[in-house]
Design a protein around this ligand. Structure first.
Ligand SMILES: CC(=O)SCCNC(=O)CCNC(=O)[C@H](O)C(C)(C)COP(=O)(O)OP(=O)(O)OC[C@H]1O[C@@H](n2cnc3c(N)ncnc32)[C@H](O)[C@@H]1OP(=O)(O)O
Length: 376
């Protein structure tokens, strides 16, 4: 008897901004800002009315996070101590918006790799943590730019947006609502990052990824069977961003630092590592997969230390770079796109039958697992 539609990953796509900021460049800019701030407020600092700002350091950043550089959409203004934020001209409503533009680029890459025309796609999910606007949905703009009929919508589950998007797409395939779904994750994180915050100014980078989830019956031979997906959320204030249109209700605090990315990094580390490791082990057991037999883990790219610990708990030994590849060094944390970049850049060498895991975790807290097996 013919079984129900079976979801697979037909291809992934990647857009990488040309410009990149090294830790050295980032720290030089930050420290110039600190020097200037301390000089301008020297009297208040001497009088004990204001604390002096502390400089950042390349060594700390690399050791604490594993990040060496990050791509950005606009390097010069981010590094300018007078600005320290992205800047570009506002586009008229008739033009493709910048977030949609990089999403389209990643989607076109995925479609080309799958040998698929945009008109064959039934739905577009824009699954990302840094939407450009509330409406109309970014996904509908991407759908229109690609020339796709059907439906599209945005979903935001912070760093876990892409895995939540993959499960949603897989469910549409299983239910017969669609045969080909694009999950697009454009992340211009440079907009939400507080480049003047010493604790976090090094964390994020800009990128876009796309995942084409399809019914196995129409998918190319080179594909990844989705063996199972699992999602989990537990509320936490330890990663938070209070930006939103209701800030108009209290204009006096509309620009305070909590309207950008804020985290309690140590608590995140301590709470998320065990939660995610256990979730992976439980889901592997449910699917009848020996976690130690996993050929590769494509983990969320937040922090090299977190990934080391999670991989160790899952595999039962210290993971090699081959078992748990990182793209943190050159991309930084790209929120929901991180595990997809790792998969995109480090999956071609696996053989038919190899089983791996795409896994995300982040604000919410939110976490998602997608177990995949290379077809063939
Ligand atoms: C899941 C997500 O994607 S959310 C976004 C990313 N979040 C995460 O990755 C959460 C996991 N957390 C982490 O990885 C870590 O907490 C980090 C990388 C954010 C920070 O590393 P930590 O070792 O926890 O740094 P912590 O903030 O405790 O500071 C340690 C020391 O370095 C100092 N320090 C902080 N920032 C800097 C800096 N930029 N340069 C130099 N020193 C610094 C602090 O002042 C502190 O000094 P002290 O010990 O004298 O008090």
């Amino acid at each position: 008897m013919e079984t129900a539609q079976r979801p697979v990953i037909s291809a992934t796509g990647l857009f990488t901004p040309e410009e990149s900021i090294s830790n050295e460049e980032l720290v030089a800019s930050f420290n110039a800002y600190v020097e200037r701030f301390n000089a301008e407020h020297a009297d208040a600092i001497a009088a004990g009315e204001l604390g002096a700002l502390e400089p950042s350091s390349v060594e700390f950043i690399e050791k604490a996070s594993g990040i060496k550089s990050r791509h950005v959409m606009a390097k010069a203004p981010v590094l300018d101590p007078d600005i320290m934020a992205p800047r570009w001209d506002e586009r008229p409503d008739e033009d493709l918006s910048i977030l949609a533009e990089i999403g389209v680029a990643a989607a076109q890459d995925a479609l080309a790799r799958a040998g698929r025309e945009a008109r064959d796609v039934d739905a577009v999910l824009c699954a990302a943590s840094n939407m450009q606007r509330p409406y109309p949905a970014m996904a509908i703009e991407i759908q229109q730019a690609l020339g796709i009929e059907g439906f599209a919508f945005d979903m935001n589950v912070a760093c876990s947006s892409a895995t939540f998007g993959i499960q949603t797409a897989a469910d549409y395939i299983r239910a017969g609502h669609a045969r080909s779904v694009l999950v697009v994750s454009p992340e211009i994180t440079s907009g939400h990052l507080n480049w003047r915050d010493r604790d976090s100014h090094f964390i994020f980078g800009d990128v876009a990824t796309a995942v084409l989830v399809e019914d196995a019956a129409i998918a190319p031979e080179e594909r990844w069977d989705i063996l199972g997906t699992r999602l989990k959320t537990v509320f936490s204030n330890n990663i938070r961003n209070n930006f939103g249109f209701l800030n108009r209700a209290h204009p006096e605090t509309a620009d305070t630092p909590d309207k950008l990315f804020v985290q309690e990094g140590r608590k995140v580390f301590k709470e998320v590592v065990p939660m995610v490791a256990q979730m992976i082990l439980d889901e592997a057991e449910r699917l009848g997969i020996d976690p130690q037999s996993l050929r590769r883990l494509w983990l969320h790219q937040a922090n090299a230390g977190m990934n080391r610990l999670i991989a160790q708990r899952v595999l039962g030994h210290e993971a090699s770079a081959d078992e748990s590849p990182t793209v943190l060094d050159t991309y930084g944390n790209t929120s929901s796109a991180g595990s997809i970049i790792a998969f995109h850049l480090h999956s071609d060498d696996l053989r038919g039958g190899d089983i791996g895991l795409i896994c995300s975790f982040g604000a919410g807290y939110s976490a998602g697992t997608v177990f995949v097996r290379k077809a063939g």
